[in-house]
Design a protein around this ligand. Structure first.
Ligand code: IMP
Length: 441
């Protein structure tokens, strides 16, 4: 069976903790989209692992797969693998031969294009990892795939076609000096060697066959979504989005198993009990102005600084129309709600229950970001819950969660139409209270 873990908001919902928890019951953990723009922190016995490309399950000795829907920066991948090996782990990571490779020129172009867009406020606040330019080349049929790195002749041909175009783009369109990142020979030598390492370590696979045969044999596969529904290229707040499909459909297209396989399994939406956002663009429930101090408090307490970039995240109240949108787009069968401990001890707890737009009450997100930006949230107030010893609560289980926080969770489940499977009351794996294990649901 399969379990798909999806971010239901803007990324950074704390998916890593759940992937790590339930990954223990899976035979394989597979990522289906994104690249090293993701940042997952896994804490085990006080040891912290910050991963951006290696699937978090690798910390638990699971086979980790990067599916064809991912964009892979091999340098980051090898750095993370080497680092985990230095720390005594032996991560088993397989990479789809159909996955696209983030090349040095993609990272440079990401920065150049963001800079150019910033004049008209259209910059997405990207992580600068070359994600967008790599997906552009994939769709433009000029990308380099992992399988191409294994064949020097193919690699050379592809580079000779694409690199001069990228150089011209950098120099003639953006007026930037192109360096080694745009030099065919330099890139060829470096990436041929990377292909050799992939081959030497037998890391590449036909992901669909690899995963499909395991599912057929009755093994359990956990699909690990990165980012979140509202920064999905199709269902998110375009253009302030990432360039892939974090939504559950991506688990099928991004790995090569059928949508019926994904649909027969569980799809768990990960929710942060409030909103955080690293990128630019509107955010109707954002805490600004008089609420700045409250935002600072939540940011500090929740450690709301980008895992990949270290940028301080913007903070807002929970946006419930965003969650209703996510529940439909993903077909959630369950929810995991994180960070309820961060909201403990506040004088007030509110959520954006619906929006007001041009005199109309909306219960889900409008399809254009301009209209979303004009939405005024209708806030609903909840009884705040006290600060308690969350480790003790984690030990005792769900019943020990303060009543007011339980009422908040009940409201969420009711509005989203899916039961709460787990509640995060702290960053450590032991601080996730499990009500239902989706592999046994
Ligand atoms: P990109 O994915 O680097 O192209 O960035 C595009 C948008 O997605 C920006 O607003 C980023 O801040 C956002 N983004 C990308 N990855 C993550 C993530 O893992 N968590 C939260 N936001 C992300």
């Amino acid at each position: 069976m399969t379990v798909t873990i999806v971010g239901s908001q803007l990324g950074d919902e704390g998916k890593g903790a759940l992937v790590d928890l339930w990954g223990g019951d899976a035979d394989v953990v597979a990522r289906y989209q994104g690249g090293d723009n993701a940042g997952h922190t896994v804490v085990e016995d006080g040891d912290e692992y910050k991963l951006s490309l290696v699937p978090s399950g690798a910390v638990r000795d699971k086979i980790g797969v990067l599916g064809n829907g991912c964009v892979v920066n091999p340098k980051t991948l090898f750095e993370e693998i080497d680092d985990l090996r230095d720390r005594g782990l032996e991560p088993d990571v397989r990479v789809a031969r159909r996955a696209h490779v983030i090349m040095p020129y993609h990272r440079v172009l990401d920065g150049i294009e963001e800079e150019a867009k910033s004049d008209s406020d259209l910059d997405a606040g990207t992580t600068g990892r070359g994600i967008g330019p790599t997906y552009e080349d994939k769709a433009g049929r000029r990308g380099i795939r992992v399988g191409d790195l294994l064949d020097p002749e193919v690699l050379r041909d592809r580079l000779e076609y694409v690199v001069p175009q990228k150089r011209a783009l950098a120099e003639d369109v953006f007026g930037v000096d192109a360096g080694d990142a745009f030099d065919v020979d330099a890139v060829f030598e470096e990436y041929r060697a990377i292909g050799e390492r992939f081959a030497d370590e037998s890391m590449t696979v036909n992901a669909g066959e690899f995963l499909g045969s395991r599912v057929d044999d009755g093994e359990s596969v956990l699909f690990e979504g990165a980012q979140g529904t509202s920064i999905d290229i199709d269902h998110g707040i375009y253009p302030y989005v990432t360039s892939s499909n974090p939504t559950a459909g991506g688990a099928a297209t991004g790995t090569g198993v059928g949508p019926t396989v994904v649909g027969r399994g569980e799809v768990v939406g990960i929710v942060k009990a409030y909103l955080s956002r690293v990128g630019t663009g509107p955010l109707p429930t954002e805490l600004t102005g008089d609420d700045e101090e409250l935002a600072d408090y939540i940011r500090e307490k929740g450690g709301e600084f980008g895992t990949v970039t270290g940028r301080p995240r913007r903070i807002g109240w929970l946006d419930v129309p965003m969650l209703r949108h996510a529940a439909r787009a993903n077909g959630f069968t369950g929810l995991a709600v994180n960070h309820i401990d961060v909201l403990a001890g506040l004088d007030e707890v509110q959520v954006g229950h619906s929006y007001d737009l041009d005199g109309e009450e909306l219960f889900t997100m409008p399809a254009t970001t301009e209209r979303w930006g004009r939405c005024e949230p209708n806030l609903r107030e909840f009884e705040p819950w006290p600060e308690v010893d969350w480790s003790a609560v984690a030990d005792e289980g769900y019943g020990a969660i303060p009543d007011a926080a339980q009422a908040y969770l009940d409201y969420l489940a009711e509005e989203v139409g899916a039961p709460v499977y787990a509640v995060g009351v702290g960053p450590d794996r032991a601080q996730t209270i499990e009500l239902t294990n989706p592999f046994q649901a």
